[in-house]
Structure formats: C-alpha cells, structure tokens
Design a protein around this ligand. Structure first.
Ligand code: ATP
Ligand code: MG
Length: 351
C-alpha cells in the first residue's frame, strides 16, 4: 500500500532530522509492507529564499492532498537572519500559522514520556517518578482566550484591558472526539482539565466532554481543575494518559510536562483536524546554532513520524516498532551530544 506524505524539511537542522526520519519510515515500510510517496514542500525560510514568501498556495494544496505532513522545523536566528528583517507576515513562522489555519489544525498533541535510560535528566525524585510516565497532552489550538475579542480602553482616566474566552459546543465536541479516539489507541483514560469552579466556558467544556464520553464506554473519563493538574504533573505524573484541555491551559501544562521529562530534544508533536490528516513535527525549534554540523538529535522527528504512522495512517504495529527501536538504540548506549552521558557512545559526525 502506498501512502502520500508531504515532507517539509524546513530550516536549520530541519532537513537533516527529516532525512533521518524518512530512512526510518522506509525501513518500517519494508518490514510492514507499505511504501511512502514523498512530495517535498517548501515552507518558512526555505520558501522565502525561493519564492520570496513563507508559504505558497501550491504548498498548501500539496499538503491538503496528502494523508499527512512530516515537518522538520521552521525559522532561523532572529538576531542574524535576513528573514527577520521582513515584515512579520512575511517571516518564516507566518508560513506555519498559515498552513495550520488553511488545514484547520485545531488539536495540538504533545506527548511527555520518560525514557528509563534518560531518567538522570528528569528533575523529579525517583520515588515520584515511580515506574515512569507516558502522557499525551491534547491542547485546543484555534479558540479560547488567545483568539477571543480583546481591547484596551481608558475609563475615567484608568486604563483597562479585556480578553474574552469563548468556546462553542462544536469546538469542544470536535476536540473531545479526537481525544477519546487517541485514548482508545493508548491506555483508555482521558483527564479533562478545566476551571469549572469559576468559568462558564469551563462548565460548558465539562458538559460537552461528558456527552462525548457516552460514545466511548471503554474509555474512562475524569475531570481535574487546572491548578490541581499543574500540581499533579510534578507530584504524580504516572496517573495521566490523555490530558484534554483548552488553548491557554494546554500551552502552560504542555510546557510544564515537557520540562518534567528533562529531555525536550526527544519530544514529538502533532497538529490534527477533524479527519485522519495530521501535521507531525518535533517540539523543538530549528536549532540554527548546530545546523549543518551533523550532530542534531533526530529522535523527536523520528517519534513524530511514529505518531504519523499511528494516528494518520493506522499503522500501529509499525509505530510500535519505531518506538521500540528508539528505546533499543538508547538502551545500547548510543547518544547525540544533547543527551550524552558518561559511558555512552556518541553518534553524529561533527562536520
Ligand atoms: P523555537 O524555534 O521553537 O522558538 P528555540 O529557539 O526556543 O525554539 P531551539 O531551536 O529548539 O530553541 O533550540 C534550543 C537549544 O536546543 C539550542 O541550543 C539547540 O541547539 C538545541 N536543540 C534543539 N533541538 C535540538 C536537536 N534536535 N538536537 C540537538 N540539539 C537541539
Ligand atoms: Mg528558535
């Protein structure tokens, strides 16, 4: 079976790490009987250099007609790169925002997984880590406080600023459905995080999530207030499977969770819409400081490719194999410089 994948190598270390992920996908394909048909798409700085703008209609159409997008990283060093002398709407990151909007990618998925072999980098105590943790944070990405009405006024000589947090039930339902679908492929538990003791938007969130849960009797649901969740992430991270939450809460909690793993360079991410389509990319940036040196850690991108196999292509067995291969490589002591520790074998060629 052939799968149509759009590949955005991107900027900085992007092309290097995407090339490694493609090798892994091809190897998995040989073993599990599928083939990837890659179409290269320019986005961000790479597109500015060729087309004078960070995204083209053609790039969006190629992505739209693919089953998924595998992306490296976008952007450069804002202090030195000429891309950042352009007006904001022409800078690399504008290309990323445009593709998210064009493809309606409203759900952002970020795993936080603790590798036994990298436990030393985890800032939590051993008794808290326990048998490890493996959670998936699903953050709503196109609504809520970041997209509400905002204004600043002066009333009776006093400055006043207003931001509104709005969700309608359709927006909540579509992301809740995605979260329950994902939980079915994991450990069948959704923790929905809100502030329902204070906010109306959270009370609606909770009610709609409860309604969706009725269609998933095999998935357990619990609710947690966001302040408690922030605490539980460092007190007992092992309790979580899928965390479902709105835009701002998810922004804060997913950063907290990634720090708790201690190895940001290992973390993948995905942005999904209502279909099986997804855009898969590492959580980290384009690392212009090490680009072209042959020392970038490709694991976050390889794990993003595994997520693509699982969530967009339903190739769960191949996804498991890729994730296990990453564990095996770490277990055998191979490390890039960013995760290097004593007694391990350094890989990557310093060019
Ligand atoms: P963003 O572009 O998302 O704002 P950032 O500028 O905050 O990201 P990164 O580009 O992720 O940061 O880089 C932060 C640091 O981590 C840099 O020193 C970079 O070299 C290092 N780094 C990031 N990704 C990797 C990787 N895959 N392998 C090795 N080092 C990395
Ligand atoms: Mg950066």
């Amino acid at each position: 079976m052939n799968h149509k994948i759009a590949v955005i190598p991107g900027d900085g270390i992007g092309p290097e790490i995407v090339a490694e992920a493609q090798k892994v996908l091809d190897a998995a394909g040989k073993k599990y009987g599928f083939e990837m048909e890659y179409t290269k798409v320019l986005l961000g700085g790479a597109s500015i250099d060729v087309h004078g703008k960070p995204i083209t209609d053609e790039a969006i159409e190629t992505a739209r007609s693919s089953e998924a997008v595998l992306m490296g990283s976008i952007g450069g060093d804002a202090a030195t790169s000429p891309w950042y002398k352009l007006e904001p709407s022409l800078r690399p990151e504008a290309g990323l925002l445009a593709i998210r909007k064009a493809l309606n990618l409203f759900a952002n998925l970020r795993p936080a997984y603790l590798y036994e072999e990298l436990k030393a980098a985890c800032p939590l105590r051993d008794d808290i880590i326990g048998s490890g943790f493996d959670m998936m944070i699903m953050r709503e990405l196109t609504g809520g406080l970041y997209f509400g009405e905002r204004k600043t006024v002066v009333e009776d000589g006093v400055r006043k600023a207003v931001d509104t947090l709005t969700y309608d039930e359709k927006e909540i339902r579509r992301i809740a459905v995605r979260a329950f679908d994902i939980a079915r492929k994991r450990r069948h538990l959704v923790t929905s995080v809100d502030k329902a003791n204070v906010l109306d938007s959270s009370r609606l969130w909770r009610a709609v999530v409860e309604e969706v849960a009725k269609d998933y009797p095999d998935v357990a649901l619990n609710h947690m207030l966001v302040d408690n969740c922030a605490m539980q992430l460092v007190k007992d991270p092992g309790q979580f499977d899928v965390i479902l939450t709105e835009n701002m809460f998810g922004d804060i909690l997913s950063d907290e969770a990634s720090m708790v793993t201690g190895s940001i360079g290992m973390l993948s991410s995905a942005s999904l819409n209502e279909t099986k389509f997804g855009l898969y990319e590492p959580s980290h940036g384009s690392a212009p400081d090490i680009a072209g040196k042959g020392i970038a850690n490709p694991i976050a991108t390889i794990l993003s490719a595994a997520m693509m196999l699982r969530y967009s292509l339903d190739l769960d067995e191949a996804a498991d194999a890729v994730e296990n291969a990453v564990k095996k490589v770490l277990g055998e002591g191979y490390r890039t410089t960013d995760i290097m520790s004593e007694g391990c074998t350094q890989v990557g060629t310093q060019k």
